[in-house]
Design a protein around this ligand. Structure first.
Ligand code: HEC
Ligand code: HEC
Length: 443
């Protein structure tokens, strides 16, 4: 027989359990529910888009060490030796041997404008290569140099994260002979495609010339001779001729293909780690994947090999008139004002946004897309604005959740792993100008 006290204690226990446990688990189960719905939503999208039975895998990035899983150019197979060499070259100021003003000799590298610290973007409205002073956001023009001395372009420097997943480069897609360029008559104007490489390989080779670089100085360094011989066994020396410059570009492209933000919380969630994302982030992901975004931002890099006009304004330094974007390549007026859909990882590391650097924050971009009114009025008359660019039925709370998803779930906190420890030249990197050396703590 139970005594009255025993009954009371049992009641008390039941009551307190009833209050405490279900409260916690209600929270946990609500998050779990959102997680489950998101997972179903993504699987349905993949199925609906006739992408087979991949399920969540469709959005997953491979481990960068698993080279067989990374998309490559058949003319530039990925090898560890090539990637290691490319990693050094991408950060190597010793390549900058053709500045206009000799005082800018060996001052900067590719990574001056595509920094690991800034999500492989420049963190500036206008990225400054040779002729700039300072590191990251502190970079500015050499005040004593005329504009012609300074390596700059009148368009935002995009990230080189996830470039393995894009057939064509850069914003207008002029580099590359596959994907959207397969049927484009590539005129002489686009000499960049003369070797028939994929976009990334073609652009990396060209970028060396555009940014005033060459292999003559590194050919003097025995360690580079060895590294090139390992990466390109058919050519066991560096003479600093055209072929070596091409090989330098190929090694850089191989390295760039391994720049994958696979430690981002959303990637961990895809692999089954529900704790990697907060409830707010999961809600934001649901908005992202149930709204128009996924029509263009899809696949492992949340981009696509596609072009669209969202009416973004041009770069403040672009005084040439209107940047027509994709139609510069295709010569087709129906492509006027279209730009390549960019990848969406680690955007929080660097500002501003858009091909014309016309948004200061991620919130601004999201608000703009949700409102659906073009910044560049001309794009309205061109009739090429994307039909998905229209006012969206998304609440203020949803905009906030969506922005959080972009900022934190699509953010790999450890991109520094892709930087070399030291360069064979011994130079300060990624920049070697006096101001950067001080800021970077190089002696
Ligand atoms: C002066 C700063 C600067 C330097 C230095 C620089 N880049 Fe860039 N990079 C840019 C800008 C700006 C663009 C966009 C160009 C365009 O769309 O016309 C770009 C675009 C790219 C892209 C295309 C990415 C995409 O998603 O389409 C790749 C790849 C790239 N650069 C690689 C390199 C390599 C390799 C080097 C060194 C050899 C280099 N960059 C040096 C500023 C720079
Ligand atoms: C019709 C295709 C399309 C749709 C739909 C779309 N985007 Fe984009 N997105 C683009 C293109 C193209 C750009 C680059 C435009 C430019 O710079 O001119 C872009 C740019 C962005 C950028 C700036 C990235 C950068 O590197 O500066 C963000 C952030 C973004 N989109 C997020 C979203 C979100 C969130 C949604 C859904 C609410 C969305 N996009 C819907 C195609 C699209």
């Amino acid at each position: 027989m139970f005594s009255l006290i025993q009954v009371l204690i049992s009641l008390l226990l039941i009551f307190s359990l009833g209050l405490s446990i279900p409260l916690n688990s209600a929270y946990a189960s609500e998050k779990h529910e959102i997680s489950l719905t998101l997972s179903k939503q993504l699987k349905q999208f993949v199925k609906g888009a006739a992408l087979g039975n991949q399920g969540l895998e469709y959005f997953a990035l491979p481990d960068p060490k698993d080279l067989s899983k990374i998309p490559a150019d058949p003319q530039n197979p990925l090898t560890i030796a090539k990637i290691e060499l490319g990693k050094l070259l991408f950060h190597e100021p010793a390549l900058t041997i053709n500045p206009i003003n000799p005082k800018h000799w060996q001052n900067g590298s590719c990574a001056t404008c595509h920094l690991a610290e800034s999500g492989f973007r420049a963190n500036l409205t206008q990225a400054l290569g040779v002729g700039g002073f300072g590191f990251n956001k502190q970079r500015h023009r050499d005040p004593d140099a005329p504009p012609t001395d300074i390596d700059k372009l009148n368009i935002l420097a995009p990230s080189v994260l996830n470039v393995a997943y894009q057939d064509i480069q850069p914003w207008d897609g002029r580099a590359g002979v596959t994907g959207p360029n397969a049927n484009v008559p590539l005129t002489k104007e686009f000499d960049i495609n003369r070797f028939g490489y994929r976009g990334l390989e073609a652009l990396s080779i060209e970028a060396l010339t555009v940014h005033r670089m060459g292999t003559a100085a590194i050919a003097q360094i025995p360690e580079y001779q060895e590294l090139f011989a390992k990466a390109f066994p058919d050519r066991p020396y560096v003479k600093a001729d055209v072929e070596d410059n091409i090989n330098a570009g190929l090694a850089i492209a191989a390295y760039l293909r391994t720049l994958l933000p696979n430690e981002a919380p959303f990637q961990k969630w895809l692999h089954g780690d529900e704790s990697a994302m907060s409830e707010k982030e999961l809600r934001g992901a649901k908005v992202f994947f149930s709204s128009t975004c996924i029509a263009c931002h899809t696949g492992p890099n949340l981009a696509s090999n596609s072009f669209a006009s969202l009416g973004f304004a041009d770069h403040p330094e672009d005084f040439t008139g209107l940047n027509l974007g994709r139609s510069i390549v295709t010569k087709n007026p129906s492509d006027d004002f279209k730009f390549k859909t960019p990848q969406l990882y680690n955007l929080a590391d660097s500002t501003p946004y858009g091909h014309g650097a016309s948004f200061n924050t991620l919130e601004d971009v999201v608000q703009y897309i949700v409102k659906g009114k073009p910044q560049n009025f001309e794009t309205k008359f061109a009739g090429t604005l994307n039909s998905l660019f229209k006012p969206l039925n998304i609440s203020g709370q949803q905009v906030d959740d969506l922005t959080t998803f972009l900022k934190t779930s699509l953010h790999d906190p450890n991109l520094i792993r892709y930087k070399p420890k030291i360069l064979p030249s011994g130079l300060c990197f990624p920049n070697n100008d006096p101001e950067s050396k001080q800021q970077l703590g190089c002696s």
